[in-house]
Design a protein around this ligand. Structure first.
Ligand SMILES: C[S@@+](CC[C@H](N)C(=O)[O-])C[C@H]1O[C@@H](n2cnc3c(N)ncnc32)[C@H](O)[C@@H]1O
Length: 202
């Protein structure tokens, strides 16, 4: 039976891989393995997100979330460029979490399964290349679970392929009452920002 990258406990043997990329003047070499998303190279969508999104600054503090971390490229970059921030990396796939733990050793990253994240924790930023392949209903459920955990002035950075429905997702987010905008496009992907709509002063 074929396993999806979002399988919770991949049964297939883990063939180790290495993913190298450069970003904002730094070189990264990360461990990946079969059974996790895009183990052979930095996913082109993730590359667009990290290159076109506004990465946190060196003095950024607060709590940042990498939602659906895979082997951890986003969490690794966030924690490297913003060492004072506290980064959470969350994934349902246990192999992905193991790899992220290995890749973020020495960085301020907590790796967790979704149910392990303390309920009251709020995020200044959420970064995600979300799992579109889980299906629309599950994706919507995922976003409606985590977006409400943004701080009132927080922002989520999402990358979605145009071909896989970035524009309709943006519209849906808008209908759900979020301030969803297209920040950038590149290589067939949209980088969206999603913010809570500020309540009007009476
Ligand atoms: C498109 S991949 C992105 C992986 C990684 N961030 C990257 O850029 O290479 C989406 C990830 O979301 C994870 N995922 C799927 N359903 C999830 C859920 N309900 N909660 C958290 N993560 C989930 C998958 O296991 C997968 O690793």
């Amino acid at each position: 039976m074929t396993e999806h990258y979002f399988t919770r406990e991949p049964a297939a043997q883990a063939h180790s891989r290495e993913v190298s990329f450069s970003l904002a003047g730094r070189n990264y070499v990360l461990s990946a393995a079969s059974g996790v998303f895009s183990a052979g190279r930095l996913d082109p969508g993730t590359a667009v997100l990290l290159r076109k999104g506004e990465l946190p600054k060196a003095d950024t503090q607060g709590t940042l979330l990498d939602l659906g971390c895979g082997y951890g490229p986003i969490a690794t970059v966030l924690a490297t460029v913003a060492p004072q921030a506290s980064v959470w990396a969350v994934d349902v796939n246990s192999r992905a979490r193991e790899l992220t733990r290995e890749n973020t050793k020495g960085l301020n990253v907590t790796v967790a399964a979704p149910e392990e994240v303390p309920e009251g924790l709020r995020f200044a930023q959420i970064w995600s290349n979300p799992p579109i392949r889980v299906g629309k209903q599950e994706l919507h459920h995922l976003l409606l679970t985590w977006l409400p955990r943004l701080e009132p002035d927080g922002v989520a950075w999402l990358v979605v392929s145009k071909h896989l429905g970035a524009d309709s997702l943006q519209e849906w987010l808008h209908e759900q009452g979020w301030d969803a905008s297209r920040h950038a496009s590149g290589s067939g992907f949209r980088v969206l920002t999603v913010k809570p709509v500020r309540s009007q002063a009476p």
